[in-house]
Design a binder for this molecule. Structure first.
Ligand code: GAP
Length: 488
């Protein structure tokens, strides 16, 4: 990461803490590595992103329904899904510093360095070789790649590496009071399995016909060895996942459909296309047939924010095998080729999976601006503003009586009472108005309304727009509809 990008990223982290978006977990005890808490504005923003996703999936698609499955699941779930045997990352330790690294992260960091030095071809070649070696699980080859590129530990500065080993990322715990093996359960590392095991419950009770989807948001847990970059890689995080069940043979069509549809969802938040790119996987997860990431340009470079995976019939077949319960769907549509009903089959699945915390970081990174303002008299001022899309901003409207007297707060309260059933409003009567505007800019409130003495006379108010800072006088009874028109 360049020094400038590093500075911007650090400024975003400090801003997130100072303005009540994200705090280190249990900070009074010096925090817990890679675990974070969301503050008043953070929890509001996070909820709004989750709601925006949920609405786009379950309200805007008649053939997608939601569920809310438990975090704890029967332990055989994870045997069947392959996570017990395969959910691991290749790791390496530096013998001098005793630091442990994910091998792909070490190589990617070196590739980034090459890119900064303008050695683009070397960067691509290195990443291509890494992808191929990872796909073959060729650990000797990966170790050789570290040696050939003289990749060293950033702490000890040496290349005194151990062999590469696989580490499982699942957390386990005990169910009940007796610590026996039979009671070991896992904290789910993805929400998807709660959907698969409920596939027939949902299909039957919601009377769904293929193709249809099941959506879910919720916590997932991974014992990430290298957890860096703030909320980008956490040990406890939240996913927003949708499994789309399709007729075998149509999965490629639906994979392309969701790849495009999910990018459009990101763009619907007004984020520029140049900030996104697709990364098609060479190394596929143990369940995947085709897979890609939607990557976003964070301050530390392009990184995955969402995965689209064509998971074949792997999960349902595995659960059928391990549970000995049929996972088949009966399709009574007529196959034109044979003139007969498609009949019983295990559906194929296309999954969309986006990290809520990563989406949150994406919104913060994309919104944060340290702006220099040139005033009419030529002098300059500055502000920090979060250009959070209006639809998901924590507060939609700040209502600011100019003074605490003369009946202005009372009139402002009338507007507050009118608007607060519809969207989140904020009321503040302390401090100079400029200072109050700056505070709202810093938390990304798209509209501020000032109530002044003229408001008492003609029931008009000054509305100020966060991004342009333009102000205009409008009728107080138009404020609610103006804000509503921007958030629906
Ligand atoms: N069910 C498929 C699945 O879990 P994944 O690519 O491992 O696929 C999906 O994860 C998304 O979850 C990622 O694109 C990322 O946004 C988010 N995610 C994964 N690990 C994460 C972590 N340690 N911290 C924060 N978000 C994470």
């Amino acid at each position: 990461m360049s020094t400038q990008s590093e500075n911007v990223f650090q400024a975003i982290i400090s801003h997130a803490k100072e303005y009540g978006f994200v705090f280190p977990s249990s900070e009074i005890y010096d925090g817990l590595s890679a675990v974070y808490d969301y503050g008043p504005y953070g929890s509001e923003l996070k909820k709004n992103i989750r709601d925006y996703w949920w609405k786009s999936m379950t309200q805007m698609h008649e053939n997608i329904v939601g569920i809310d499955a438990a975090i704890f699941m029967h332990p055989t779930t994870w045997k069947a899904s392959g996570h017990v045997d395969n959910f691991s990352d290749p790791m390496i330790d530096n013998k001098d510093s005793k630091k442990r690294y994910r091998v792909d992260h070490l190589i990617e960091a070196h590739a980034e360095k090459l890119a900064h030095e303008g050695k683009k071809e070397e960067e691509f070649a290195l990443l291509k070789t890494m992808d191929e070696l990872l796909a073959k699980e060729d650990f000797a080859g990966l170790k050789q790649l570290l040696d050939d590129n003289k990749i060293v530990c950033s702490v000890s500065g040496t290349s005194n590496w151990t062999e590469i080993r696989q580490f499982n990322l699942m957390f386990d715990t005990q169910l009940g009071s007796v610590a026996e093996d039979a009671n070991t359960i896992y904290l789910r590392p993805e929400t998807a399995q709660g959907i698969f095991v409920n596939f027939l419950n949902v299909q039957k009770t919601a009377r769904m016909k293929i193709p249809f989807g099941i959506a879910q948001t919720g916590k997932a847990f991974r014992n990430e060895i290298v957890a860096r970059q703030f909320i980008f890689r956490m040990r406890e995080f939240e996913q927003m996942e949708m499994q789309f069940f399709v007729r075998p043979g149509t999965e490629s069509f639906w994979y392309k459909y969701w790849k495009e549809a999910r990018l459009q969802w990101h763009l619907s938040l007004g984020i520029s296309l140049d900030k996104y790119r697709y990364h098609d996987h060479v190394k596929l997860a143990h369940y995947a047939k085709e897979a890609c990431d939607i990557e976003f340009e964070f301050p530390f470079g392009f990184k995955e924010v969402e995965g689209i995976h064509s998971r074949s019939d792997f999960d349902l077949t595995q659960h059928q095998l391990y549970s000995k319960k049929k996972m088949q769907y009966f399709d009574n549509d007529i196959d034109e080729a044979t003139g007969k009903a498609y009949g019983n089959y295990i559906p194929y699945v296309v999954e969309t999976s986006v990290g809520l915390d990563r989406m949150f970081l994406l919104i913060l990174s994309n919104s944060y601006e340290e702006e220099t303002i040139t005033k009419e008299d030529g002098s300059t001022d500055s502000r920090v503003v979060l250009h959070i899309p209006t639809k998901i901003a924590p507060n939609k409207l700040a209502i600011l009586p100019l003074t605490k007297k003369d009946g202005l707060p009372e009139l402002a309260r009338e507007l507050m009472d009118e608007c607060k059933p519809y969207f989140k409003c904020f009321f503040e009567e302390k401090d100079a108005i400029g200072k109050r505007y700056r505070r709202q800019d810093a938390i990304g409130t798209p509209f501020c309304v000032t109530i002044d003495h003229q408001s008492l006379e003609d029931k008009t108010v000054t509305i100020r727009y966060r991004d342009s800072m333009l102000q205009e006088r409008i009728a107080m009874d138009k404020v609610k509809d103006l804000v509503l028109s921007e958030i629906l």
